[in-house]
Ligand binder design. Structure first.
Ligand code: ADP
Ligand code: MG
Length: 316
């Protein structure tokens, strides 16, 4: 079991492994930036003669952040949110600002699509939101939990219990079969598997006849569906999916998207899905558009035609 544990540790760290170079400095800055948003733990002075600040009264900073595209909903009710998140890779000539002051909220029981040109920061946003990568500045919350305040162990636990991630590059464990890959996170968490749910999942995703195959014995589309099944099997509150239909034909794609839509409608899960495809995006409740590491627009109740028009407008 130890071997499998190490491998899942590797899966969970994948997002950071390739980006490990500036990790140490990012941690320091992220912790400093993150603390600004924590409720004040300072005791409220009695009889100091001064009026209480709103921070002392509400536990929130006076300049509590709001989602600029979501003024109707309190950001603190979100299933996950980013507050002023900047992510910088590299330094000097190779310095890249992948996310630039992103403030965005993803609400409970909502299916959000994230769209934007290649290199606009979509994968970086997913990795930072899921706690797979450290932010350079700002704070990421899952529920009420500021991720930068957690130890690695508590962050791993929170991710394992509440977050499912479908990686753009699948990140399956090569030595395990499809079935073992799918059940690995639950096995590691010591949670009991639900056989009926497993059968429904693999049948709906069309991989029931591939369960004893190892990743290299499967097509890209099959591996992508195994990766989706792995993320969905524990029924996490929050699912991040990075182009989960990128390798699927239109039928398999529609099946996965309907499944995701159902997870939101019937089980109240929250899904954030990166996609390039206007048809895939039209399954969502809301689209967040990124460009150059910033949120530039949002769209409610999308249809493929409206999405295409908006992309054309944004590309100007
Ligand atoms: P998208 O998913 O929208 O295509 P990414 O989030 O992958 O965009 O990348 C955003 C920007 O950050 C790009 O300019 C990309 O080259 C850069 N980037 C992403 N990951 C790294 C990394 N590990 N090291 C250096 N630059 C990176
Ligand atoms: Mg990407």
């Amino acid at each position: 079991m130890k071997d499998a544990h190490d491998m899942t540790g590797q899966i969970e760290r994948e997002g950071t492994m390739s980006k490990i170079s500036i990790r140490a400095s990012a941690v320091t800055v992220a912790r400093r930036g993150g603390r600004r948003f924590l409720p004040s733990r300072r005791p409220i002075p009695h009889n100091s003669g001064l009026p209480l600040s709103s921070e002392a009264v509400t536990g929130r900073p006076a300049d509590a952040v709001t989602d600029p595209f979501r003024k109707d909903m309190p950001m603190t009710d979100a299933a996950a949110r980013a507050e002023g998140v900047t992510k910088v890779y590299g330094w000097g000539d190779t310095r890249v600002t992948a996310l630039d002051q992103v403030t965005v909220s993803f609400h409970r029981g909502e299916f959000t699509a994230v769209m934007g040109p290649s290199g606009s920061g979509k994968s970086t946003l997913m990795h930072c939101m899921a706690g797979l990568d450290e932010v350079t500045e700002g704070a990421v919350f899952i529920g009420d939990q500021n991720l930068s305040t957690l130890s690695d162990r508590r962050l791993t636990k929170l991710r394992r219990e509440r977050v499912g991630f479908i990686f753009q590059t699948f990140n399956l464990v090569p030595t395990l079969t499809a079935k073992e890959n799918i059940t690995l996170p639950l096995d590691l968490a010591g949670r009991k598997e639900n056989g009926e749910w497993f059968t429904r999942l693999v049948e709906t995703l069309g991989i029931a006849d591939r369960l004893s195959h190892r990743p290299k014995e499967m097509s890209g589309g099959q591996q992508q569906r195994v990766a989706a099944a792995r993320a969905l099997f524990s029924r996490p509150d929050l699912i991040f999916a990075d182009e989960p239909t990128g390798n699927l034909d239109s039928t398999a794609s529609a099946e996965l998207l309907e499944f995701l839509q159902n997870a939101v409608k019937e089980h109240g899960q929250t899904i954030v899905m990166v996609t390039h495809d206007p048809v895939a995006a039209s399954y969502s409740d809301r689209i967040v558009f990124l460009a150059d590491g910033r949120v530039v627009d949002t769209m409610g109740d999308p249809t493929p035609a409206r999405v295409l028009d908006r992309i054309k407008e944004l590309e100007g």
